[in-house]
Design a protein around this ligand. Structure first.
Ligand code: LLP
Length: 432
């Protein structure tokens, strides 16, 4: 087993993912290739659902999959099947949810700058809950609700002022964040009053997201400021909110030496803390929502590449170049994100070299990872980057006119195409 038990080594010394030989997948579907293990996605969904039910009660909470981590029709069908809600941030994600037949009334609509078009499309599609981010959006939503003669359920996104000890680009709860309205400055409580005055908005509660890839539990407990804020709302306006949404953020083990938050343990710890806090404040525990993205899909995924060159610069370093790049996985270039990288066809060979895994983009910083210990690979070997299920396909680009890779679902030793490989015609589809 490598990191998670969906990654194993078979008798041929090949990596297996969800019971499928990775070398066989590379041969059948070509590389670069995204592989997603359906059973692992389901297992992660169930871990959240069961824990929320167990520690917050039968109807005490809900889990919504954060689309931004991985958005395509096939994933929404699994999420729907597992009984989760989903969250979206754009009409593109909304249309994908809709095309997958996912119930839009079980959808949260996020975003710090929803245009009138976004809002109207959300209203026409009967989105369940809008998470409003700022005063301009409150005005626009109320006005457009008037036009369509309807009332919309809303949560207010607040910035609770928490430092979540993660990469600066993915921490989102500081007072000076671009997201939400700050509690600490007194502006959030004023915004609540403003929403309550709007005749077409039904204010159901508050939302925060403290950041992503968080490996400690403490920042989630610090989010209990949301409960204190709910009490402030009650005291100031005599209005009891029904829902508190804590966003996503449970981190994932990308390297063997990392420790992640076990889902059941994490939800239990948060639940005990929140339940006690409500008890102390003599408040009814609101309905608690979690919106995990990464921890639902990351460890279900891997990306397979074919090795091109193995360049040894005498006295300097080694570069192993692959047929993918920062276009299919921009996370190292953007965040210096760590990954476990293995030689999928040579799992039992000794790792005798240290190499930088370089992509094929015409850009010096196009690395998938640096300082990786590997066998001395040759052209045609298959490299696997593990734990790429989240924020890889969803952040992929066509930089250097590289078509996006295909994605296959694997399950119990069988593979099936979930997203076809882009063609060169696809790249030029909209060009006149
Ligand atoms: N809810 C909201 C409102 C969010 O903004 C996010 C992530 C989530 C839920 C899901 O968080 P998760 O459970 O996945 O940590 N591109 C970056 C991650 C950006 C996360 C943005 N928001 C990366 O590749 O690490």
């Amino acid at each position: 087993m490598i990191l998670y038990d969906n990654f194993q080594v078979n008798s041929k010394g090949h990596l297996t993912i969800g019971g499928c030989d990775a070398v066989g997948l590379a041969e059948q579907y070509d590389t670069p290739l995204y592989v997603v293990d359906e059973n692992q996605v389901r297992k992660n969904c169930r871990a959240y659902k069961n824990a929320v039910k167990k520690y917050f009660g039968e109807n005490g909470g809900e889990v919504a999959f954060a689309s931004k981590a991985l958005s395509f029709k096939g994933i929404y069908r699994i999420i729907a099947d597992e009984g989760l809600w989903t969250d979206i941030v754009s009409v593109g994600e909304m249309e994908t949810v809709k095309a997958a037949g996912f119930p839009l009334e079980k959808t949260y609509f996020h975003g710090n700058n929803k245009t009138d078009y976004d809002i109207e499309t959300g209203l026409k599609n009967n989105i369940g809950v809008f998470v409003v981010d700022n005063l301009e959006e409150i005005d626009a939503l109320n006005r457009l609700c008037e036009k369509y003669g309807r009332t919309q359920k809303v949560l207010l996104r607040v910035a609770p002022g928490i430092d979540a000890h993660t990469h600066a680009k993915i921490t989102t709860a500081k007072i000076d964040s671009k997201f939400g309205i700050a509690i600490g400055t007194g502006q959030a409580i004023e915004a609540v009053g403003y929403i309550l005055k709007q005749k077409n908005l039904e204010f159901i509660g508050i939302h925060c997201h403290i950041g992503s890839q968080i490996l400690e539990i403490q920042p989630f407990l610090d989010a209990d400021i949301m409960i204190t804020f709910a009490l402030d709302i009650k005291n100031k306006y005599g209005y009891e909110i029904s829902t508190v949404n804590f966003g996503g953020g449970f981190g994932i083990k990308y390297l063997p030496e990392q420790e992640e938050i076990n889902i059941d343990f994490g939800i239990k710890t948060i639940a005990e803390y929140i339940n006690k806090k409500c008890d102390d404040l003599k408040m009814k525990v609101p309905k608690i929502i979690f919106e995990p993205g990464r921890s639902i899909v990351a460890n279900a995924g891997a990306t397979l590449y074919t090795v091109g060159s193995n360049k040894k610069i005498t006295g300097y370093k080694n570069y192993i170049s692959v047929d993918g790049s920062m276009a299919d996985n921009p996370r190292y270039a953007l965040y210096g994100a760590p990954y476990t990288v293995v030689a999928a066809n040579r799992m039992n060979d000794p790792c005798e070299i240290t190499a930088t895994i370089a992509g094929r983009c015409c850009e010096e910083g196009d690395f998938i990872q640096e300082n990786v210990k590997l066998p001395d690979l040759k052209r045609g070997d298959i490299l696997a980057v593990l734990i790429t299920g989240a924020y890889n396909y969803s952040m992929a680009s066509n930089y250097n006119r590289l078509p996006r890779p295909a994605m296959v679902f694997v399950k119990d030793g069988e593979g099936r195409i979930a997203v076809k490989r882009e063609t060169y015609e696809d790249l030029m589809r909209n060009e006149i």
